[in-house]
Ligand binder design. Structure first.
Ligand SMILES: C[S@@+](CC[C@H](N)C(=O)[O-])C[C@H]1O[C@@H](n2cnc3c(N)ncnc32)[C@H](O)[C@@H]1O
Length: 272
């Protein structure tokens, strides 16, 4: 891929999704766009780029942005944050909200759904009463393709082999041919919506837990600052922000403080 085409692609991906593609990532862009070109029945990368340049409104730009997202995820990813939820965060938040019996969670980079469904399984296992509360779990992502898969609740064998303990597989999934389908009664407790973290955020309720795990790494500091400031405004007092293991609010938004639990950290808005 030549520099002019690479710059064209990386500029509009940055513009639309704030995903930073540094020089040196040409191979990545090329291989993902070749797949897209095949899906679009175009016989070369040049043909795809020609079509993009010819008409910015043909829907293809959106597909390129989707293709440039990295949707890597797994059930109970990193394990320790889920232990912190079970041992500390959920008991604390449930005690705090015992009167209103209301808790709202949001996962802002849900990918194919393993993260919200892991939380749902954890609730069903350890805090089933919470599912009788006014409990809302909104899960969003920029990429419509992964959201469609998340909504379906369908996972292949490889996906359920990653991080999901066998007893939870048999308890919470139903085999459907070669795939496993997450139980419908729990699946409908998650509301999946499209939301681009770097554009306007459509109406979200006030939140008790915000999951923004393994997505902030793709953004530059200014974008991270804007996203954290928005998240901060939505968090109720005492609410928690969960980031990925390689992500932090430190030196980005110092209105957050770090709270450490065993082998993981979460973030809370500092109280005045
Ligand atoms: C690596 S996955 C992380 C999934 C999950 N949170 C986890 O930790 O396993 C990153 C997700 O962020 C989404 N994403 C990237 N840029 C985004 C943006 N600007 N707005 C919303 N989602 C975005 C991608 O589509 C992708 O599904």
């Amino acid at each position: 891929m030549n520099t002019v085409d690479f710059d064209y692609i990386r500029n509009f991906v940055r513009d639309q999704a704030a995903i930073v593609l540094e020089p040196g990532k040409e191979y990545l862009v090329e291989s993902r766009l070749q797949t897209l070109a095949r899906e679009e029945n175009l016989n070369s990368l040049d043909a795809l780029i020609g079509k993009l340049r010819a008409d910015p409104k043909n829907g293809l730009h959106r597909k390129v942005v989707d293709a440039m997202t990295t949707n890597e995820t797994s059930f109970f990813r990193d394990f320790h944050p889920f232990e912190a939820l079970r041992k500390s965060l959920l008991p604390e938040l449930m005690a705090r909200r015992a009167q209103e019996r209301q808790l709202h969670f949001w996962c802002g980079a849900a990918s194919t759904g393993q993260e919200p469904y892991s939380v749902l399984m954890l609730l069903a296992e350890h805090f089933p009463e919470l599912l009788q509360w006014d409990f809302k779990f909104i899960a969003t992502d920029l990429c419509g393709k992964v959201l469609a898969r998340a909504r379906s609740g369908r996972f292949n064998q490889l996906e359920v082999n990653r991080g999901l303990p066998a007893p939870l597989l048999v308890k919470y999934f139903v085999r459907q041919g070669a795939e496993w389908e997450f139980r419908e009664d729990l699946r409908r407790r998650v509301e999946f919506r499209e939301l681009n973290l770097v554009k306007d955020w459509p109406c979200l309720p006030l939140l008790d837990i915000v999951f923004l795990r393994n997505v902030m790494i793709y953004f530059d500091v200014e974008t991270k600052k804007a996203i954290l400031a928005n998240a901060r405004r939505l968090l109720r007092p005492g609410g928690y922000l969960l980031l990925g293991g390689a992500e932090t609010t430190f030196n980005v938004d110092d209105a957050f403080e770090r709270v450490t639990f065993d082998k993981t950290s979460c973030y809370r808005v500092k109280q005045a």
